[in-house]
Structures are given as C-alpha cells and as structure tokens.
Design a protein around this ligand. Structure first.
Ligand code: ADP
Ligand code: ZN
Ligand code: ZN
Length: 661
C-alpha cells in the first residue's frame, strides 16, 4: 500500500491523502477517482508518501486510477503550483481550472480523424523590412529564456514578425503558443496562421471552443501532436512538451487578467512559463502596459521597435476639436459633422467612437431629482431604447421604462447623457440617407451577429459606424478614413490611476483603424481639454513620451510598477460585516507585518462599486516595494485569515497585482 496526495477541486489549500493498493503503481500526474464526502471526485496525484497526518485506519482507498488518461507532465504541475503560490489560491482549484472541462470530470473526448488544413500551398511570406528582420533575428537567436517587447503601431508588421519566428521554430521541431486578447480575434488569426503553415497542426483554446474540442486540443498539445496553440488567456495552461516560443499579442490588454476565481494574469504566467521552459517570449503591442515598458526601459526586457507601418505610407492625422465654446448638435461638433459629410461625399467610411453602450446612462426626473438606479447595485440603470428597457450593466437586472416618475408622478422624465444608441439616432437625424451601423455588445451579442456586422462593414454597406471599443481591436477596414472620438474626457480625470493608460491605448488603437490602405486617415477628438498632454502625445503618435510622463507620475505617487500590490476584498449582505472582517484581517496582518517593515497595509474602504447584486463590497490594499517579501507575507497572512471566524454569508478573496479598484 502507498499513500498518495491528491489535488481535489475544493476551496482548501491542501492535498488529500488516500491509500492506493499494490496493484497500481503510484505516479505523480495521474488522474484518479476518489471517495469524497458522500460522492466521488476526480483528482490528480501530486505526491506519494509513506506516512500521513491522518491515522491510517481513517484513510480511504482510491476508487479508480484513470490510467487511460495521459500523465500530466511535471512542468505543467509546476505551473499549477506556481499559480497557487503566487495568487494565493488553493492548488486543487488551480489544477481543476487548468484542465479542460471534460477531463475535469474524468471523461476523455472521442477520438476524431486528424483534421488538417485543406490548404495546399502556403500563403506567400513577404520580404521583411529591416526592422522586422532585426526583430525576427533577435528572437530566433535567443538562447533560452528572454523576454522581448515588440513595440510597433497597428500595421507595423508585428504579426509578420511572430509568423516568421514561429516558422523558424516549427522547422526546428518545436511548438509555439500564441495568445490574443479576444475570442473575436481568433478566427481571422487562425486563418492567417493556417494559410502560412498549411502542414502544421494548429489548435485553438478559448471559451468559445466546445468542451469536447477543447479537451481534444489539450490532449493534442500534451501529446505533442499540435504544433501551434492559439487562444485567449486560458490557453496559457495548455501543456506543451516541445514548447519553443510564446507570443502574447496586445500584451497590454486588460482581458489577460482574469477577474474571478483564480485571478491570474496570463501575461505574467506566460513569462513564468517561458522562464520555466527556458524559451523566449515576445510581448507585442502598440501601447505596452506601463509595467512592461518600464522593464523594457530598464533593460530587463529587450526592446524591439517597429517604427513605421509596413504597407500604408502614412499615419493618420490626429487632432482635437475644442468644444468649450460650442453648442453641440446631438453630442457632435460642427467640425465633426462636416468631416463625416465629406466622407459620405467621397464614399468613404466614418467611425464614431463612444465607449458607452445603451441610449443614455440614466433616466431622470427634473421635477424631484429621481434617477433610475439599480436596487441591487450602487449604480444607475441604463436606458436602452432599442428594446425599451432599463438595464443594470453590472448585475444585468432589467425593468420596463416607467411612464412617469415613480417618486412624484411627473410625466416629463428625461434621458440624461449619451450612449451609442442615442448617437446613432442623432447621426440618423443629421444624415437621413446615410447607412448607419451600430456595433456594441448589444448589437453584437453573438459571434454570428458580430461576424455579420463585420461583413457589412467590409462590403462597404455601412457609411457611418457607431461603435465601442469592440471595434478598436484588430480589424482592417480599407475604406475607413475618419475616426471621431466623443465622450472621452471623463477618463482623463477618473479616480483609477490606470484610466489614462487605458484611454491612450484605446484611442491609439481605434485611431489605427483609419487609413490602413492607400487612403489617408484622420482622427478627430472632441474635447474640452484640447491641450491635455495625453491628447498632445496622441496627436504626435508619441507613446514613449506619454509613457515616460505617466511613469514619472507613478513613481512620485508610489504606484505600480514602482510598488507591488495585493488586494483583500470582502463582500457580505451588510457593509459593516465586510469592513469588520477586513479590520480583523488588518489587525492580524499588523502583527505579521511588524516583522516585515517593507509591507504597507492600508485602511479597509468600500469599493468604488460598493454594492453589486445586493452584496456590499469593501477592500484593503497591501503594498510592498519588494515582491518576494510581499509574497511571503501574503502566504502567511492568508493562512491566518482562513482560520478567522467569519459570518457565514461573507465571502473574501485575495487579488495579487489587482487591475480593478
Ligand atoms: P500588426 O500586427 O503590427 O498590426 P501586420 O503584421 O498585421 O501588422 O501587418 C500589417 C499589414 O502589412 C498586413 O497586411 C501584412 O500582411 C502587411 N505586411 C507586414 N509586413 C510586411 C512586409 N514586410 N512586406 C509587405 N507587407 C507586409
Ligand atoms: Zn419625480
Ligand atoms: Zn445592478
């Protein structure tokens, strides 16, 4: 008899001991089925031992060894262990999360015929420009682990650099892992990659892939049959025995950080992985995360620059429209309306970017001051006129539109502010014969509708497009020559210190949609702060200047990347409960932090969205300039917090390197 230590999907930071009889050889990385509570659970053997803390008569037997399952490799297990440790998350839950859905339940997908690309000849490889060639050479020449930042605007040929580097790897018999921020971007990338490598086996991993296919992709990767794995953040957990290169495109994108459960950053986990497997990793972006740029400046990452567009000759002209002394018409200035009219006359496309969906952010009564608010959240209900509903964008609750003010009976209640639906309506009034298309999460709420909208734009069947940031990423619209930006100013003065960084990257990205072919592009930003340094830097296409200024501010204020942060968050039916728990956690933290003076512990405060779906939310920030110290502190602290007595309906979690405040 041996004793095996099994990782199970339970919210406890420990393994569970079971007896394994002589008939089966215990192997680390083997899937087993074990009795747990009143049922059975699937788990993974992570340790083998002779003795247990439990008296042996209490130990239960492994019910079944799933030896038709492939053994999970050591480096994959080490990756899970790293995530558990770094993100203070129970290992069993990490393992469960990292496995694809079928395998979690102890099921294997049916074998299917090898489905290779039907394309016979590879799409032509363009001759690289000197900067591209230098980047490819540097990546290929890397001996083992090295982090590269490939910095280049949209259209500068970053994807070509990835493809050339991947090509070299495939020829050396290695596997490549490539992550992109959005599911919506995977099909076109898949096509481009498949066209370039017709004989390579490419698998995709993202939440849009059906369970069986995702499990098959996992097994293909694990057993070395897949050459290229493409996917969103969860693809970072694909096992790859012949891994030779990792690429993270749009590395700055917020979607690489998971905001629930295991709160991991796929970019950071990928860097760990590259180091663990001793392979190069390429982070690509037009507007790198300030953390990444900081490392590139300090020499920790190697900076590779692409300074010009690969095909189109020129960058769009970016300028501001000063709206301080103008009465706007439906939210738009005369200059913007004129620019749209010119595009209509020339049969070119315009995109008006407003990052707020719905008709209006709130419905209000001017007589008594009533506003439409969500009864479950500390947020307003957004007016949606298309389907005549009020809707909470945080918890999803809906209501009909009242005929009169629910408080005072006033019949004259008004929408306040402007969302994409209202902008679409105003544009319709100004340009009654134009074909106007709205693209946001309401109009593109399924992949099918999203594709149909993109097709409409490509076919030239839309003259004016109103869109949110959905449209900002990765799409080529050859006839688009004008991008108008409205309602962006609010982000300049947001309380979140990352808001300017996000705004800059969003505007740079959406501006990059214009003028990608022969036609010159123009970006017009409506603003009451035309001289704001952020807009000035945008007009000069000068990311480095913007980033340097931001980093200076961050350094002075002591924000990341000059400090490391973790957040303890709690939510409960009453705010007092959440705060009391955090106070308690802080007092035990203070005891521990006394021995670690470099740890800074702040006061518990309500979160900005203080109530969400009837839960009152609060948080406590912990900071340190020293990451290993912070890590050690967090490990000891969470162990103590776990044994605190808490109200039964209170939930808490730790978020390491939080992006949300
Ligand atoms: P990015 O990923 O930086 O947005 P891409 O790699 O997609 O840029 O390149 C933009 C466009 O330019 C694509 O149509 C691509 O095929 C083309 N392109 C890139 N590099 C070259 C090159 N060296 N020669 C010709 N065309 C190129
Ligand atoms: Zn009223
Ligand atoms: Zn709500």
């Amino acid at each position: 008899m041996s004793i095996v230590q099994v990782a199970l999907d339970v919210p406890l930071p420990r393994l569970f001991d079971y007896l394994l009889d002589i008939g089966a050889a215990p192997e680390i990385g083997r899937c087993v089925s074990v009795p747990f509570g009143s049922g059975q659970k699937i788990g993974l053997i992570l340790g083998i031992t002779r003795s247990s803390d439990q008296p042996s008569e209490k130990l239960k037997q492994v019910s079944q060894v799933l030896d038709n399952f492939p053994l999970l490799p050591k480096d994959w297990l080490a990756l899970c262990e790293f995530c558990a440790r770094y993100y203070q998350h129970p290992l069993g839950e990490v393992v469960h999360f990292a496995l694809p859905p079928l395998l979690r339940r102890g099921k294997l997908p049916r074998a299917v015929k090898d489905k290779r690309t039907t394309i016979e000849t590879a799409s032509p490889k363009p001759r690289l420009l000197p900067e591209q060639q230098a980047a490819v050479d540097a990546i290929i020449a890397a001996r083992g682990f090295e982090t590269f930042l490939l910095h280049g605007i949209t259209g500068s040929g970053k994807t070509e650099v990835y493809l050339h580097a991947i090509d070299a790897l495939l020829q050396a018999g290695k596997q490549a892992l490539m992550l992109v921020p959005e599911i919506a971007l995977t099909p076109q990338l898949e096509q481009r990659v498949a066209a370039r490598f017709p004989s390579a086996r490419i698998v995709s991993a993202h939440s849009g892939v059906a369970n069986a296919a995702r499990s098959r992709a996992f097994l293909d990767a694990l057993e070395g049959r897949a050459d290229i794995v493409l996917g969103t953040r969860l693809a970072v957990f694909m096992p790859l025995p012949r891994l030779g290169l990792i690429v993270i495109d749009e590395e700055h994108d917020g979607s690489f950080k998971q905001q629930e459960g295991l709160r991991y950053s796929a970019r950071d986990v990928a860097i760990f992985r590259a180091k663990q497997m001793n392979v190069p990793i390429v982070l690509g972006s037009a507007t790198p995360a300030l953390e990444t740029f900081h490392h590139a400046r300090s020499g920790r990452y190697r900076l590779l620059e692409l300074s010009q567009r690969a095909v189109a000759e020129s960058l769009p002209t970016v300028s501001t429209i000063d709206t301080r002394r103008e009465k706007l018409q439906g939210g738009m200035s005369q200059a913007l309306l004129n620019a749209i009219r010119t595009r209509l006359e020339r049969h070119e496309q315009s995109l008006i970017f407003l990052n707020r969906r719905g008709y209006a952010p709130v419905l209000a009564c001017p007589a008594c001051g009533w506003i439409s608010h969500c009864r479950r959240c500390a947020a307003n209900l957004v007016l949606h006129l298309v389907d005549k509903r009020l809707r909470c964008h945080h918890c999803g609750i809906e209501a009909g539109i009242p005929h009169h003010c629910p408080d005072c009976g006033n019949l004259d209640i008004h929408p306040f502010g402007r969302g994409t639906q209202r902008l679409e309506q105003s544009l319709g009034e100004h340009f009654p014969t134009a074909r106007i298309l709205r693209v946001d999460r309401d109009s593109a709420d399924s992949p099918k509708k999203w594709r149909a909208l993109l097709d409409t734009i490509h076919a030239g069947d839309a003259e004016i497009i109103v869109g949110t940031q959905m449209l900002a990423k990765g799409h080529d619209f050859p006839k688009l020559t004008l991008v108008g930006v409205v309602g962006a100013d609010t982000a300049l003065f947001a309380a979140d210190f990352r808001a300017p960084e996000r705004l800059f990257s969003q505007l740079m990205q959406v501006g990059g949609r214009s003028g990608r072919a022969e036609l010159h592009g123009q970006v017009l930003i409506q603003t009451e702060y035309p001289d704001h340094p952020l807009y000035r830097a945008l007009a000069d296409h000068d990311y480095a200047r913007f980033a340097a200024a931001q980093l200076k501010e961050r350094e002075q204020a002591g924000f990341p990347p000059f400090t490391h942060q973790a957040m303890l968050r709690a939510d409960a039916p009453a705010m007092a409960q959440s705060i009391a728990f955090l106070e308690q956690a802080r007092s035990v933290a203070n005891e521990k932090a006394n021995t670690a003076p470099a740890i800074n512990i702040y006061d518990p405060v309500p979160m900005r969205l203080s109530r969400l779906a009837n839960r009152e939310r609060a948080q406590l920030l912990v900071e340190s300039p020293n990451r290993p110290l912070l890590q050690n502190f967090l490990a000891a602290w969470t162990r103590t917090i776990r044994v605190l007595k808490t109200p039964r309906d209170l939930r808490w979690h730790v978020d390491v390197d939080p992006m949300e405040f």
